[in-house]
Design a protein around this ligand. Sequence first.
Ligand SMILES: Cc1cc2nc3c(=O)[nH]c(=O)nc-3n(C[C@H](O)[C@H](O)[C@H](O)COP(=O)(O)OP(=O)(O)OC[C@H]3O[C@@H](n4cnc5c(N)ncnc54)[C@H](O)[C@@H]3O)c2cc1C
Length: 399
Amino acid sequence: MSDMPNVPDILVVGGGIVGLSIAYGAARQGAQVAVLDESELEADPSHSNSSLIWVQGKAAGGPAQARWRRESVRQWSRFDRALCDEAGIGPLLQQPGGFFFCFSDEDLQRRGQLMQALQDSVDGDYPFEMLDRQSLKARLPEIGPEVVGASFTAMDGQVDPAELLRALRICCQQRGVVIHQDQHVGSIRHLQGTFQLRTATSVWRARKIVLAAGLDNRRLAAHVGMLMPVFRQRGGRVLLSQPIAPFLPYPTNTVRQFNDGSICFGDAVEDAGLAGASLDSMGEMVLQGLRTFPHLGRVHLTHSWQAPRIGAPDGSPVWQASQRCPGAYVVTGESSVTLAAAHAMRLAPWIVDRSLSDTQEVTVGDAVLDAGLVTQSMAPTVPFLTLDKTTRTVFPVLP
Ligand SMILES: Cc1cc2nc3c(=O)[nH]c(=O)nc-3n(C[C@H](O)[C@H](O)[C@H](O)COP(=O)(O)OP(=O)(O)OC[C@H]3O[C@@H](n4cnc5c(N)ncnc54)[C@H](O)[C@@H]3O)c2cc1C
């Protein structure tokens, strides 16, 4: 077993979208970063997702999470420019806005209420429109007779996840981030301010670590005194068709059309407020797509992917800093394509130097568990922290 002589400022565990976004963002701040990754699997959700940058209707985690999503879509064009300039590639981001379709008047009304509640919860700065059938048809003439209307926000967009991962890898390497494959981190110790991470072949050391290991974060976080309530929630699926003539320049909750003309029927938008928003079977996903655009009945499906969805019980992402082992951070959960820009441009600088970041912090633990502040803004994670009242954790919060 080798003992690594080079000690980076930050060791990131996990080389999926989360780990690489944070590694890149930290390297941009001048930190020396290394990534330990178990393996690169096509089945990981970082490869097999629906490619959406999606804010609208996402209510899990309350206003604190809604602010992070909104911030990420604001940062996405800066993030995209930085990645493309550094990697020498064309733009990855398409951000024309996105539609969420409704199939009954009640759904449309509930959708409007949800969007209004979200707008109110983040001080009004959450642009959206509710469209009736006539105004929707003027923008998307191919909609089927069952669609009664939609919500639209210019905040939403899409990005090819494989291209995003490729660009992140190139940019990380250009900024000196070393990505070590085949390194499964089995255990972590915190000794005199230094973390010691063991894999089958090596011992790695760093003063800061970021756990971005998807579902394995639950096990690894316990090694640094954090309770990490992430679970495999259910399998998510994406179905892809042969290319057809371009007709859909917007991402939507039922169907997307990629640059090569292929159609993606996807398990895309897991949000609150609508019965039927969670599509569990392939048949349902396709049916929903055909109800939206009946002419797709003629396309041939060619591929299907499946990957587990991982997140807190309410589906929200989780970011924490350990109080017990200062220097340990954990970042995990849903929507990491959407949140990649915030992870790189806002969260990584906070991890590199919390004193210079304008991100606010909320401490969750025995001292503040009853403080209302936490139960309102961080409700999903609090029940788990009460399991161990000595666990105190810092959450970054955007003003
Ligand atoms: C079907 C589906 C559709 C989705 N659609 C969208 C969407 O449209 N928009 C969106 O924003 N999000 C979407 N998501 C969610 C998004 O894909 C995930 O949030 C994201 O991929 C999570 O990335 P990650 O890096 O945390 O995890 P992962 O992709 O699981 O990566 C974790 C990495 O850590 C490594 N690892 C694990 N354990 C260890 C260990 N002990 N030591 C070292 N390395 C380790 C793994 O090998 C892997 O490389 C979707 C998810 C699914 C399943």
